[in-house]
Design a protein around this ligand. Structure first.
Ligand SMILES: [Zn+2]
Length: 108
């Protein structure tokens, strides 16, 4: 995926504060790895800045997330490690799980 295409995609979304479309000139790629792109955008109309995360998969609709909090950015950045931890957790869970689904679902 090429940078100018990403910028075009981001330019098609609207500023959360004033509703103006972002301009390609005001979009800066912060970093990207594989499908995940982080872009810094500033609105040409009201000058509000925000971070946009876009997940671009081939043959799929791109997903765009705007107004990320810092915590969410960290989460995205560490997506791979989160997945590993989740797998380990699931593994441990299944090892101890006795098959009592009704009991499991009663737990809040
Ligand atoms: Zn704006």
């Amino acid at each position: 995926m090429d940078e100018s295409l990403i910028k075009k995609l981001i330019a098609s979304i609207k500023c959360g504060s004033c509703g103006q479309n972002y301009q390609e000139d005001n979009i800066e790629v912060m970093e990207h790895n594989d499908e995940l792109w982080f872009l810094k955008v500033s609105c040409s109309s009201c000058h509000v800045k925000c971070v946009v995360a876009a997940i671009i998969r081939e043959n799929a609709r791109p997903e765009v997330v705007t107004d990320l909090t810092e915590a969410e950015m960290e989460k995205f950045k560490h997506l791979e490690s989160i997945k590993d931890e989740d797998l380990l957790e699931m593994h441990g869970f299944l090892k101890d799980f006795d098959g009592d689904f009704p009991h499991l679902f009663r737990q809040e």
